[in-house]
Write a protein that binds this ligand. Structure first.
Ligand SMILES: O=P(O)(O)OC[C@H]1O[C@H](OP(=O)(O)O)[C@H](O)[C@@H]1O
Ligand SMILES: O=c1cc[nH]c(=O)[nH]1
Length: 509
């Protein structure tokens, strides 16, 4: 049947049909139609919403993200018919029933994800089934290959290509902003693609966006890396492993990171950019993705094994993750902290040490530094100002202002200081609670939102001393964060009254 397209400014996938047209096509709410633009030859399936008033008979409303595939303008004639159910649905059910997915099953699922053939509910079912039932190493390998094959790949003529990736889970982990320019300044190539926040309050792509645009095609990533040695871009915009970001969008609200998908997500990005040598940061701590060292070693073995299957040499660094890295959480605050180090600052030591350790491992793996000399070489590159100059080149080539300084990056204009109620030592900084608080304050979308920690774990505070400041770009978000902070209690000072249970309390204990 033929319809006239009306482009709807809705940042979602799908189409809107008048109820009587839906009956004519033979679809119900949530079913799929295939839309064909005969003039351009472009076609896509889309999930149907139904209205009785918003779209007249003979017109089909096309949502913004679906129109990215169809490239229609208002009034274009399109053909619409009931689409077949995506093949992935039966395969997702297989995973729900604890069965192993084959290479072909996985390829089909990824193809349907990349083609936007699955609704958000169906995609969530896939992520949930994998999260609960897990993937074995064969399934992880199939997933990695399927993710790579469905997107673009970089092909550098000079090797080695070095890369680093963190599994995340620890807030304030701004180390890529230091490591990438150190590696690139050493003369190696590091085409770094990053995700936005998954379980955290600011992913590396969110951080870099404070300094420069992060959305580039794979070709542009390759060209920029050839020119200046490195980039820091958002993987979701590159069409490198394009299923990755669609899966992450589903994980973000739940703050989950399904293990098998995480391994594939990280290594697919490394494989697709042609990396030969990869350092993986595995933060270990009670409120991270990896609760203890034994689990960290297990994950490290999985990364190394997956690397072997892909022909990539992987080394893993188990890092301290019991509390945030450095003193800041949230885009502007984290970027300011990282830039201050590149400008010559020597605080916070823990952030500097972590960044130099990982950069040092990469330098040793590549042979740039002799065994045991990587840390020193990374430190020399940092202290000489070469890393800062390199970051400025990266910022410039990505279209940002290379003259940016740490001082010019400001936290949100609304702030609230949380003071210690009693004297004692900080005995807990709860990562998950700190992330929740930073997200409620607006991070990562509001770049000024976040937290500044005045005291870290083990430090002593006196009653009345500031322990952390909440920043927000909007006052109502600050109010919400302050209220939530009272409930979440992300920072515990030894001796603090945690709660008061009245004698008439009858709740669950
Ligand atoms: O939000 P959570 O789950 O903490 O971590 C996700 C972050 O970890 C990785 O960092 P990088 O790209 O290696 O710097 C991802 O790319 C992403 O930015
Ligand atoms: O890039 C990343 C990092 C952590 N977890 C993922 O799923 N992807």
């Amino acid at each position: 049947m033929k319809y006239s397209a009306k482009i709807l400014d809705i940042a979602d996938r799908g189409v809107l049909l008048n109820a009587s047209d839906a009956r004519m096509v033979g679809v119900l709410e949530g079913d799929r139609v295939q839309i064909m633009n005969h003039a351009s030859g472009l076609s896509t399936p889309a999930v149907v919403d139904i209205t009785t008033t918003m779209i007249p008979v003979g017109v089909i409303g096309i949502y913004g993200l679906t129109n990215r595939t169809l490239l229609l303008v208002d009034g274009t004639e399109v053909e619409v018919w009931e689409a077949k159910k995506p093949l992935a649905l039966d395969l997702i059910k297989k995973k729900m029933n604890h069965e192993k997915l084959t290479k072909d099953d996985t390829r089909q699922i990824i193809q349907d994800i990349v083609n936007d053939s699955l609704s958000q509910a169906e995609l969530s079912a896939y992520v949930t089934a994998c999260y609960i039932n897990g993937l074995d190493m064969d399934e992880v390998e199939y997933l990695t290959h399927a993710m790579v094959e469905s997107g673009d790949r970089l092909k550098f003529s000079n090797h080695p290509i070095v890369d680093k990736h963190s599994v995340g889970g620890v807030p304030g982990n701004k180390i890529s902003l230091l490591i990438v320019p150190i590696i690139a300044a050493s003369g190696l190539k590091i085409p770094k693609t990053s995700s936005r926040a998954i379980t955290g309050a600011a992913g590396t792509a969110d951080l870099m966006e404070v300094l420069a645009p992060v959305e580039f095609s794979a070709v542009e990533v390759q060209q920029m890396t050839e020119k200046v040695g490195g980039v820091i871009v958002w993987g979701g915009a590159t069409n490198i492993a394009p299923a990755d970001d669609k899966i992450i969008v589903v994980e973000y609200p739940f703050k989950i990171d399904a293990r098998g998908q995480m391994l594939a997500s990280v290594m697919a990005k490394k494989f697709a950019v042609g990396a030969d040598l990869v350092v993986i940061d595995i933060p270990v701590g009670s409120s991270t993705k990896v609760p203890d060292m034994a689990e960290g070693r297990k994950m490290a073995r999985e990364f190394i094994e997956l690397g072997e299957r892909l022909g990539i040499r992987v080394e893993c660094a188990l890092t301290y993750g019991d509390s945030p890295v450095g003193r800041t959480i949230g885009p502007n605050l984290e970027v300011r902290e990282a830039l201050a180090i590149l400008e010559g600052g020597d605080e916070p030591r823990s952030l500097i040490q972590k960044s130099l350790s990982l950069a040092g491992i990469a330098l040793e793996m590549s042979g740039k530094a002799a065994k045991g000399q990587g840390y020193q070489m990374a430190e020399e590159i940092l202290r000489s100002g070469k890393a800062l100059r390199k970051l400025r080149q990266i910022i410039e080539i990505q279209g940002g202002d290379p003259a940016v300084t740490s001082e010019s990056i400001k936290p949100g204009e609304f702030e609230f200081v949380v003071n210690a109620q009693n004297t004692g030592y900080i005995i807990e900084l709860n990562n998950r609670a700190l992330v929740s608080l930073a997200r409620i304050a607006g991070a990562p979308h509001d770049h000024g939102a976040g937290l500044l920690l005045h005291a870290k774990k083990g430090e002593q505070v006196n009653a009345g001393d500031p322990i952390f400041t909440i920043y927000a770009d909007r006052d109502w978000r600050l109010k919400m964060a302050v209220e939530e902070g009272r409930r979440l209690m992300p920072v515990i000072v030894e001796g603090m009254l945690l709660d008061r249970i009245p004698s008439e309390y009858r709740g669950q204990v």
